[in-house]
Ligand binder design. Structure first.
Ligand SMILES: NC(=O)c1ccc[n+]([C@@H]2O[C@H](COP(=O)([O-])OP(=O)(O)OC[C@H]3O[C@@H](n4cnc5c(N)ncnc54)[C@H](OP(=O)(O)O)[C@@H]3O)[C@@H](O)[C@H]2O)c1
Length: 128
């Protein structure tokens, strides 16, 4: 429908990509961001820094990756999970609260991974 409001903007967003410009633009326009590929297509489930953070809370690296996204205003998250254990863990991640030290550790990670970058993609304003 022409003129209908934009409900959300779905973008690749996880701990290894910087989406600051898009987030700022969307927030300025009141449009929520939906983080797809939030586990970098499963790669973050084995990430050492996230696993180290998770050990403090008896949580997994994947749960830390999701909690970091869920902690951010106007950001929703859609992990893909076929296994029941993944689905349950991801629901449980909504209870996990990271602290400033955790966020600082995640902020220091290289922001250099774009998983979804097809030939028809635009020129990105971050890695890729
Ligand atoms: N709108 C679009 O253009 C668009 C494009 C691409 C993707 N998407 C959507 O975005 C989502 C992205 O899916 P994705 O596969 O690309 O990437 P992803 O969500 O980053 O990663 C999915 C992978 O992580 C694993 N996983 C999920 N939860 C886990 C947990 N708690 N512990 C360990 N591993 C876990 C899954 O394993 P199991 O499945 O074996 O549990 C799967 O291998 C999907 O919902 C997809 O529909 C949308």
């Amino acid at each position: 429908m022409v003129g209908a409001p934009i409900a959300c903007n779905q973008i690749e967003y996880h701990v290894l990509i910087d989406q600051t410009p898009v987030l700022a633009y969307m927030r300025a326009h009141g449009v929520p961001v939906v983080a797809h590929v939030p586990l970098a297509q499963g790669q973050l489930a084995k990430h050492e820094t996230l696993a180290a953070i998770g050990r403090r809370y008896d949580a997994s690296a994947a749960q830390v990756a999701l909690a970091w996204l869920l902690d951010q205003p106007d950001v929703a998250v859609i992990p893909k999970a076929e296994r029941r254990s993944s689905q349950e863990a991801n629901l449980e991640a909504t209870r996990l609260r990271l602290d400033d030290a955790d966020r600082a550790a995640i902020a220091s990670l290289p922001k250099t991974l774009r998983c979804v970058n097809p030939p028809f993609a635009p020129v990105w304003d971050s890695c890729g």
